[in-house]
Design a protein around this ligand. Structure first.
Ligand SMILES: C[S@@+](CC[C@H](N)C(=O)[O-])C[C@H]1O[C@@H](n2cnc3c(N)ncnc32)[C@H](O)[C@@H]1O
Ligand code: SF4
Length: 451
């Protein structure tokens, strides 16, 4: 196992963004009006070569997993399905009306996330996708992917996705240990995940991802090792290994966790390193801060080819110029603007019923934002980045002096390069390029002064 330097972990154990966007959402300041947002989309599509992807958010879940940080609506009543499908179609219609040609621009990627997309019945999924495919020009080589909860997914639903050419599935697993599953209110026997994996492979899905989380209550190196063994045995093509984000002020159900049940600090990091060692030994490649993939999988290939991207969904193997998000809380992105829908289902539905977008907030990127975004993206996806000029190099060298002295990053020529030892601290180094964060709180530290 890679050595864990407890002192370094303590020193750099501060809250830093995950950098799935820049500016990060708390620093969105200059919100577009709806007209400005439509203008931004039209501007993006003026370039005939502009590519785009679509994200659909399905918020519903039957039960609440106590660790969950996603935007969801909990309930067992399925009468919400059909109206929500109609609302997504109406929202798309608004965009099609406002953005000429959108229906003729080949869609490159379609991702459905949640909540639980498979909360919807096979029939409603079919009508959702048919309504979208009928209105859009979907590229012949488009990639369709969906997040599924094995507890709520059947073969009929997987057949519908395949009918529309979906090739990728991401399954929520989190942990196979029964005692951990009890503590997180998510009973999901290994056989259930195994069976769904087999069914998906038989149906022709060529990329299966498992989501795991480290830092969950009740996890110990012993229990986690068994989860890792089970995972490797089922041989998913990709593994997302997320650090448990503990945000009880946003997600009160996390208050149910007992402090003493939660692995923290070096104990928590040990779980990651244990997994990393196990996955590397089993033939996976480590990607960015929280992903692993088999070497012939598209994400591993994209990393190798330096074409990997990072957006609101985390690491992806392909970048498109526009990401359009539909559904409650969905986030969209163009080269110069962000846009997020209302997080409240009733407010989202109210706006759509009136034939308008359900804008919650957004951000118009300045020229400086766009430069920072590219540099942070480079560093998050490649572990190295070119400085703009000598002045920036001097500033970063000063800001990251401590990380340089600790051998976590090096400046070589005109580049900042992450060292192997620095991998756990990738995001700490990104703060050097986060002009908005540094400007808003000049005292922001990339390491902890308190410890
Ligand atoms: C929308 S869910 C996946 C689909 C489906 N709802 C399920 O649970 O199977 C997306 C993923 O986010 C991750 N996740 C949710 N809450 C988290 C948290 N507080 N910290 C870290 N990861 C979290 C989980 O790994 C989860 O599988
Ligand atoms: S982890 Fe998935 S199933 Fe569980 S509450 Fe969150 S979104 Fe719903």
């Amino acid at each position: 196992m890679r050595e864990i330097d407890v002192d370094l972990l303590k020193k750099y154990d501060v809250a830093v963004p995950r950098y799935t966007s820049y500016p990060t959402v708390p620093f969105w300041a200059d919100s577009p009006t709806q007209d400005e947002w439509f203008d931004s989309l039209r501007r993006a599509f003026r370039d005939q070569a502009a590519s785009w992807s679509l994200y659909l958010h399905i918020p519903f879940c039957e039960t609440l997993c106590t660790y969950c940080g996603c935007n969801n609506v909990i309930g067992r009543a399925h009468k919400v399905e059909a109206p929500y499908v109609a609302q997504l179609h109406r929202e798309l219609a608004v965009y099609l009306q406002q953005v000429p040609d959108l229906d003729r621009r080949p869609l490159k990627q379609l991702h459905i996330g949640g909540g639980t997309p498979t909360f919807l019945s096979a029939a409603n999924l079919d009508s959702l996708l048919a309504g979208i495919f009928n209105k859009l020009d979907v590229a012949h080589d488009y990639v369709g992917s969906v997040e599924v909860d094995p507890r709520r997914t059947d073969k009929g639903q997987l057949e519908v996705f395949r009918k529309f050419g979906f090739s990728r599935l991401s399954m929520g697993v989190q942990d196979f240990a029964p005692q951990v599953q009890r503590l997180i209110n998510r009973i999901q026997p290994k056989e259930m995940t195994e069976e769904l994996t087999r069914t998906a492979r038989d149906l022709g899905y060529n990329s299966i991802n498992y989501d795991l989380i480290y830092g969950l209550p009740g996890q110990t190196p012993e229990t986690f090792l068994r989860t890792l063994n089970d995972t490797v045995q089922l041989n998913p093509d990709r593994i997302a290994l997320y650090s448990l984000a503990v945000v009880p002020w946003v997600k009160p159900q996390q208050r149910l966790f007992k402090e003493e049940d939660l692995p923290q600090g070096a104990e928590k990091r040990k779980l990651y390193e244990l997994a990393c060692e196990h996955f590397l030994k089993s033939g996976y490649v480590e990607i960015g801060i929280d992903h692993f993939a088999l070497p012939n999988e598209s994400l591993a290939k994209a990393r190798q080819a330096n074409s990997m991207h990072r957006n609101f969904m985390g690491y992806t193997d392909h970048r498109t110029d526009v990401l359009l998000g539909l559904g409650v809380s969905a986030i969209s992105e163009t080269p110069d603007c962000f846009h997020q829908n209302e997080k409240s289902l009733s407010r989202y539905q109210g706006a759509i019923a009136e034939g308008r977008l359900a804008t919650l907030r957004g951000h118009k990127l300045s020229a400086e934002d766009r430069m920072c975004r590219e540099q942070i993206l480079q560093f998050m996806t490649r572990g190295q980045v070119e400085f703009h000029n000598a002045e920036q190099m001097a500033d970063v060298a000063k800001y990251l002096q401590s990380m340089i002295e600790d051998d976590l990053v090096h400046i070589i020529g005109s580049r900042l390069i992450l060292t192997d030892k620095g991998r756990p601290f990738l995001r700490n180094a990104c703060v050097a390029f986060d002009v908005r964060l540094r400007r808003a709180s000049p005292q922001t530290q990339i390491f902890s002064l308190a410890l």
